[in-house]
Design a protein around this ligand. Structure first.
Ligand code: SF4
Ligand code: SF4
Length: 127
């Protein structure tokens, strides 16, 4: 288990991951924030009961799905990604972002994270 990635098990069996407030490889990266369409169930929008993702930063995808603005077609920058490479809505980010892992459970770098970093010319993560 990586010291910088903190698992947060959910009641429904999913595992979310928080990154340590101090040093972690996501600072200054954001490759996953401008590669995918970052879509999620619309019930996570703050316009829905119990929702938390700022709806004004999202676009509708379907009657039940929304995505972060800027990522509608993939290969677009999420509107919440700050210029310093950090998430501007970290505590309100959607489940999609919370489930993406920088590290596997054994603490080794996650291959998909590494693939994206290499794709965008960012140094790979050391264990
Ligand atoms: S690609 Fe990996 S290191 Fe970069 S922000 Fe995403 S999870 Fe973090
Ligand atoms: S909400 Fe935050 S973590 Fe999620 S894609 Fe946008 S900038 Fe990245």
């Amino acid at each position: 288990m990586s010291k910088t990635q903190i698992p947060d098990p959910q009641a429904d069996g999913r595992i979310f991951y928080d990154m340590a407030a101090a040093e972690n490889p996501c600072f200054g990266c954001g490759a996953c924030c401008y590669h995918y369409r970052v879509s999620f169930y619309h019930g996570e929008l703050d316009t829905q009961p119990g929702g938390f993702v700022p709806a004004h930063l999202t676009s509708p995808v379907s009657p039940f799905l929304a995505c972060m603005r800027g990522t509608e077609t993939g290969s677009g920058r999420c509107i919440a990604l700050r210029d310093d490479g950090r998430c501007g809505i970290y505590n309100q980010r959607p489940s999609t972002c919370r489930e993406f892992q920088a590290f596997l459970d054994d603490g080794s770098p996650h291959p998909e994270c590494q693939r994206l970093r290499q794709l965008y010319g960012i140094d790979v993560v050391a264990k």
